[in-house]
Structures are given as structure tokens and as C-alpha cells.
Design a protein around this ligand. Structure first.
Ligand code: NG1
Length: 543
């Protein structure tokens, strides 16, 4: 191991830009980055966006995007390119919407939106470099009152969610004519947050365009703060039909190169970059190539889990006499609220898990009628409150298993961060290093097991990839993101990472998908580096 294990963290509260700026007394490097730079950065060189290893391929891609933009809109200048990345979650799955901390990091793969601002046609034109997504045009004058039909799976809805976000930030904004070309390189349904990256990039593009078109503005820098972008993107993505947490948008906007991000949601949203002090390990993302489309399967998967965890919290509060819980985003109480209420009564996490087992003693789950009895509400009241805006389908709610996963996963995040940030320097040496990596990995492995057995969000292909990863030298491996398909993340030694990737290509991709092309495999599995969050790029669009 090249450096001691001690690593650094610091915290930047992101309630509002003004608050962040006012409270900023930066004592640590990362505080300085976030507090002194509350706005999404405006950058003129790709070398500030991508790592040296990613840069050559990205330069080719950006040149091709600029070329395509010129061919599509020959008479128009390219005003700027808005960019937001995907993320991989290292630990903390399905607990953001219960307001527990998570540990994602922004990745290289991203969504780019090339924009011309300032035409006179009064149109928002959306084109995509992927020909599957056909061109869409809207009158900018109609955008304010536009309703998104979440029942229709339509690619431009994600951009329109950004429009909604803009109006929630700036209700009297006038969106100028915008002609856009979008290039997304995050595989969809892979658990790498392509949808949030698209919404964040869209909101950033529109906010920047509004600033650029303003007669009072001489620059379009500082169009939107990172905190406003995150908070507004979280709420606006719900217009697309998913009752989402806030992890993805936070990672996409706040990403810091070389760092994971500890994202906290309680008592308020906070992002704390966590540096990896060791150069010796790497994370490998491997996509099962099973598309997990939570916008389609929301009623039986993602949105149902949000209901199960929310109602479990409400029942615990009622049955244990905790009083009313603080409500998350107008939806319901949270398991974090339950834990905090118990903490105030001197009950620790193990005690709370015991209460969960007592209150939810029926292992087979609860019907709606049984749920109504536990909550002291009618079935209609429960349906209207929790299952109308985001409809769900179920036979029995699995309160016990879901709540136990959430509480234990929250503890795993604590332990993982503890290991990353406070590992003592005197642990240096081969054996200590081995033990350190094994400790981190065992937390990841336990997380996967819990996702599979308690949260029921894995699938055969994810389990197979996790098994193959461990059999081929990974210290630990787990599904990342929502699950039900999508990708795994594995902890490997950096010097073994290429060999590891090759093994998975042979043992998973070539066997499951005979005849798969090298390009497709290279897209599916990669060694990942924590990268920069959202940015606006202007200028030469090169390194
Ligand atoms: P992905 O993997 O992007 O579908 C979803 C949620 C996250 C989080 C994870 C599970 C959205 C936009 N994202 O991520 O907030 O709950 O699942 O940990 O809903």
C-alpha cells in the first residue's frame, strides 16, 4: 500500500447557496471546494472534467458531438454544453428515501447537452445523437403549463422534468428559444443513474440558457447553485413517475474527482467528499445487461419499496407510541425518523431492530386489511395517502424484511465510512492491508446478501456476476443502484483489475451473451474512477 490508511473527509452543508456561502469558514480543502464554489462550475477545458486516462476518448466524442451539432443546426452557434455524470453507489442501497446516509461517487460516463440559445422561433428543439430517440419540438411559451404524462415512457419527459425544476426555482423565468443536441453515454437501466444525470443536465442547460438570454446578464456563469440544482432535480424527477430518493442527483452534481461522496439527508442534505488514501484498490462496474427500467416496473419494485418502508415507519411509530414522525417530501414518515425517536428514548439501532421484529412478527407479510388495522386507518385512507400518486401492486407488504434491510444497511454505511476515513496509520504492512480490504469487502458482500434476501431487489444475473467476481479475485462485490438488473460494483486490487475484467468477460459476457462484440463488452465492464460532477463547458470543447 503506497500511503497510510488515514483519509480525509469534510462536510459542506448544501441547504441554500446563500447559507453555504454565509457559513463558509473553510478549514479543510474540500470545504473550500464546495463552500467557496457554490455554483456549478463553468469550464473551458475538458482536462478539468475528465481524468488523463479518459481524456483522449472523450476528446474524440466531444469533437464528434460538436460536428453533429453543426450539421444539425448549420446556421447556429453552439453556446455551451451542459454536462452531468452518472454515479456508482459503493454502499447504502435503498436507504436514501428513508433518509439514511449513502456513499456513491460520480463516474466518467455522462449526459451532454449541446445548446444554441437565442433564436427567434420561440421553440425548444430536442435532438439526440441516438437515432432511437426521435426529435421533439415544443413552444417555449407553452412550457410553463406543460404537464408530463408519466404513464407514457417518452425520452423527452426527462428534459421536461428539468423544465419543471427550473420553474420551481425561478417561477417567473422566461425560457428562450433553445436548440439542443443530447448525447448520453450512461447505459439506461444499469443502476448508474442515467435518468438523474439527464434531469440534472437538462435543468442545468435551461438555467444556463435563461441566464445567457437575460438582457441584464453579461455572462452565463453562476446560473445555478449546486444545491439548488440538486434539490430541484430530486423533486422534478418525480414528475417522471418514480418516487425517487436524492442520492443520484447529489452524486451527479456534487461529484469531486478522486473522492466518494457521503451524502446525508438528515437533518438536512449534506455532501461530504471522502478521499481514498490508498492507491492500491479500484472499483470495477459490471453491467449484467439486464435492463432494470424502474419507470416501467415502479409499481411492483421501486415505488412499492418506498411505500413499504414508509408505511413500516408509520406503523412502528404508532405501535411503539413514538408520536407523529417528521414527513419526507409530503409523502410520509421515515425509518430514520423512527430511529431518531427511539434514540431520544435511549434505544440504539439493535434495540430498534428488535422492535421491528416484535411489531412485524408475521414473516409472510401483511395484507392491506392487516396494515389498516396496525395503522388505525381505513384501507381507503392508506391507498389515497401512499398509493395514488405513485400506484403500486402487491399481495402482502413485507414490512419486516424491508425495515431490517434498511436499518442494517444504514449501519453498514457507517462502518464502511468509518473504515475509509479513520483507518489508523499504524495498520500499514501487507497483512494489515489485506485485512483492511477484506473488512471493506465483507461489508459490500453483506449488503448484497441483504439486498437479495431481505429487500428482494437482486436477480439471477446480478447474483451470478457477484459470485463470479468473488471467485475471480474480487475482495467483495454487490449490486449497485436500484437492482432488479443493472450493474454490480466490485472491490479489486488495482494491479489485478485488468485481469479481473478479462475473467468476467470470458466467464459472464461470452457465456451469457455468445457472440457479444468487444465494444459492447468494453462498454459493459470498466474500472471506474470517481469524477467531477455537473459542469457547463464553453470554448474549444477540447483538452
Ligand atoms: P437507480 O439505480 O438510478 O435506479 C435508484 C434511486 C436512488 C436510490 C437507488 C437505490 C432514483 C432516481 N434513483 O437509483 O435514489 O434509491 O435506486 O439505492 O429514483
Amino acid at each position: 500500500m503506497s500511503r497510510a490508511y488515514a483519509s480525509t473527509t469534510s462536510t459542506a452543508t448544501i441547504t441554500t447557496a446563500a447559507a453555504a456561502a454565509a457559513s463558509s469558514t473553510p478549514t479543510l480543502e474540500i470545504d473550500a471546494i464546495l463552500d467557496a464554489a457554490p455554483y456549478v462550475p463553468v469550464i473551458s477545458s475538458l482536462s478539468s472534467v475528465y481524468s488523463a486516462s479518459a481524456l483522449p476518448a472523450q476528446e474524440r466524442r466531444w469533437a464528434s458531438l460538436v460536428e453533429s451539432f453543426k450539421n444539425l443546426y448549420p446556421a447556429e452557434d453552439l453556446t455551451f454544453i451542459a454536462r452531468s455524470p452518472g454515479r456508482v453507489n459503493l454502499i447504502g442501497e435503498h436507504i436514501d428515501y428513508s433518509l439514511f446516509d449513502v456513499l456513491p461517487m460520480a463516474i466518467t460516463q455522462d449526459v451532454l447537452i449541446a445548446v444554441h440559445v437565442g433564436g427567434t422561433d420561440g421553440k425548444l428543439v430536442l435532438n439526440n445523437t441516438d437515432p432511437h430517440f426521435v426529435s421533439r419540438t415544443f413552444n417555449v411559451a407553452d412550457l410553463k403549463d406543460l404537464e408530463i404524462d408519466a404513464t407514457v415512457h417518452e425520452w423527452s419527459n426527462y428534459f421536461l422534468a428539468g423544465v419543471k425544476g427550473l420553474f420551481s426555482l425561478l417561477p417567473s423565468a422566461e425560457i428562450p428559444s433553445m436548440h439542443c443536441l443530447i448525447d448520453g453515454r450512461i447505459p439506461t437501466g444499469a443502476g448508474l443513474s442515467s435518468s438523474s444525470a439527464f434531469v440534472c443536465a437538462s435543468l442545468l442547460a435551461i438555467a444556463t440558457a435563461v441566464k445567457a438570454a437575460s438582457p441584464y446578464s453579461t455572462t452565463f456563469a453562476n446560473a445555478v447553485t449546486k444545491s439548488d440544482l440538486v434539490q430541484s432535480a430530486i423533486v422534478s424527477e418525480r414528475h417522471v413517475g418514480v418516487n425517487s430518493g436524492g442520492m443520484d442527483q447529489s452524486a451527479s452534481v456534487f461529484g469531486v474527482p478522486g473522492h466518494a461522496l457521503r451524502v446525508q439527508f438528515y437533518p438536512q442534505l449534506k455532501a461530504s467528499p471522502v478521499a481514498f488514501q490508498s492507491d492500491d484498490f479500484a472499483f470495477v462496474i459490471a453491467n449484467t445487461l439486464v435492463v432494470a427500467d424502474k419507470h416501467v416496473t415502479g409499481p411492483i419494485h421501486y415505488n412499492l419499496r418506498v411505500v413499504e418502508t414508509t408505511v413500516a415507519a408509520e406503523i412502528l411509530a404508532k405501535q411503539c407510541g413514538l408520536g407523529p414522525l417528521p414527513i419526507r417530501d409530503g409523502f410520509g414518515g421515515t425509518l430514520r425518523g423512527v430511529v431518531e425517536a427511539f434514540k431520544a428514548r435511549g434505544v440504539d439501532m439493535t434495540g430498534v431492530m428488535d422492535k421491528v421484529k416484535q411489531v412485524f412478527s408475521k414473516q409472510e407479510g401483511y395484507t392491506l386489511a392487516e396494515t389498516a388495522e396496525l395503522l388505525g386507518q381505513t384501507e381507503l385512507e392508506i391507498t389515497q395517502k401512499y398509493m395514488t400518486r405513485f400506484p403500486v401492486r402487491f399481495e402482502r407488504f413485507q414490512f419486516r424484511a424491508r425495515a431490517l434491510h434498511v436499518l442494517d444497511e444504514a449501519r453498514r454505511v457507517e462502518r464502511f465510512c468509518e473504515l475509509l476515513t479513520h483507518a489508523p496509520a499504524d495498520q500499514c504492512g501487507e497483512d494489515a492491508e489485506e485485512k483492511y480490504l477484506q473488512d471493506l469487502a465483507s461489508i459490500m458482500t453483506a449488503s448484497h446478501k441483504s439486498c437479495r434476501a431481505l429487500f428482494d431487489c437482486s436477480c439471477e444475473e446480478l447474483d451470478e456476476l457477484v459470485g463470479l467476481a468473488v471467485a475471480n479475485g474480487a475482495y467483495g462485490s454487490r449490486l449497485t443502484g436500484a437492482g432488479w438488473g443493472g450493474a454490480t460494483v466490485s472491490l479489486v486490487r488495482k494491479d489485478k483489475a485488468d485481469e479481473f475484467v478479462q475473467c468476467l468477460k470470458e466467464e459472464y459476457y461470452s457465456k451469457r451473451y455468445p457472440g457479444i462484440s468487444q465494444d459492447k463488452m468494453n462498454d459493459a465492464i470498466c474500472i471506474t474512477e470517481p469524477g467531477l460532477g455537473s459542469a457547463v463547458v464553453v470554448g474549444s470543447y477540447s483538452g
